[in-house]
Design a protein. Structure first.
Length: 362
């Protein structure tokens, strides 16, 4: 099932109305309103609901135009926050990633408004919804939620938007990033070329302007270009390349590849999330397949406006803990070494590793 997310306006109230009513009928305890409140509402009330200042209202549609979900994003009451409300997916379409897509869209929008956190409220006994939100990065916070009928209270959940804010920086300054990136291919290209044969199929994470992909292809490799920033993906497509939007934290990588190439990309992944990403990357390559990546050398994590003039978040690594994490994630022959250039003002680590071969294979 292919899903398209459509932003709706007050003029779309006739399309939004049946979805909202279906949600209220299906999940009467999940919303602050009831079906009776809205069943006979006049058009001006529907228009008003879709006219909240600064809000985002989305519908999820299938290829045939059927609407199977909805969500809204609103500005938060506290500075630096945004809210996710009116979330619903048709029961017949659940389990297909629609909720995750809707949540991701709201998180991206929230970051673009300057929000640092995305919040929502969910009924304490709505276990299925809470699990969905947890899978999408929300955690319950120690704050009292609103009272509900029957003595229940809502649970307040929050999602950090660090990753989305970093992606938003690339979205806003893709041209500037391209202009400020030299044309010389990364040293990681040579590392990969020494490890894989001509014709190897490579998943490139964070293709950006496409410099390294061109070098890899010139050497005879087949590159699957991906990036988390839509602006880079659209530019690559305009240049005639196939490219796809991909969030390394949650999207399917596809498989099987002979190698994963990630130059200065995984340094944006939170320390607590990198292990899970590395496991999924291992599963995306063939036995014997290669991982080649670079991260920044250092301690802790920090925001930086260097190069883009928009803040990006970086996670810094020391060689030993990083090597241990890569190995725990199922990679073998792990090599982590410092590859800082003499003139550089930042220190870098290069990581290469292989997925273990299956027993009995050469």
């Amino acid at each position: 099932m292919t899903i398209t997310l459509r932003r709706v306006t007050p003029d779309d109230w006739k399309t939004w109305r049946p979805v909202r009513l279906a949600a209220l009928a299906d999940s009467p305890g999940a919303f602050g309103s009831t079906l009776a409140d809205w069943a006979d509402a006049p058009s001006h009330r529907w228009r008003a609901r879709l006219s909240m200042p600064g809000a985002l209202d989305l519908l999820a549609q299938t290829e045939d135009g059927s609407v199977v979900g909805m969500v809204s994003g609103v500005t938060g009451e506290d500075p630096g926050t945004a809210g996710l409300i009116s979330m619903w997916v048709d029961p017949a379409a659940r389990g297909r990633g629609i909720a995750a897509a809707l949540i991701r869209a709201v998180a991206t929008w929230a970051a673009s408004t300057g929000a640092h956190h995305l919040e929502l409220s969910v009924a304490s006994d709505n276990t299925a919804a809470r699990r969905t939100y947890e899978r999408c990065g929300f955690t319950a916070v120690d704050e009292p939620g609103d009272a509900l009928p029957g003595g229940r209270r809502e649970v307040v959940m929050r999602r950090d938007l660090t990753a989305e804010r970093t992606l938003d920086a690339y979205e806003r300054a893709a041209d500037r990033y391209t202009d400020r990136t030299d044309d010389h291919r990364a040293g990681l290209v040579d590392d990969l070329l020494a490890l894989v044969p001509v014709g190897a199929r490579v998943l490139e994470l964070g293709s950006g302007p496409g410099r390294d992909a061109l070098a890899l292809e010139a050497a005879g490799l087949v590159v699957d270009r991906t990036d988390g920033a839509r602006s880079f993906v659209e530019t690559l497509r305009k240049q005639g390349h196939e490219a796809r939007l991909l969030d390394v934290r949650s999207d399917a990588f596809g498989s099987p590849y002979d190698a994963v190439f990630a130059n200065a990309v995984l340094l944006h992944v939170a320390r607590t999330e990198l292990g899970g990403v590395l496991v999924r990357l291992r599963d995306a390559v063939r036995p014997g397949g290669v991982l080649a990546t670079t991260v920044k050398h250092g301690d802790g994590d920090a925001w930086s406006t260097r190069k883009l003039d928009h803040a990006r978040h970086f996670t810094y690594w020391a060689p030993e803990p990083l090597a241990e994490l890569v190995a725990r994630s199922g990679w073998a022959d792990v090599d982590v070494r410092e590859t800082t250039r003499p003139e550089a003002d930042e220190r870098w680590l290069t990581v290469v590793a292989r997925r273990p071969r299956e027993a009995g294979t050469p």
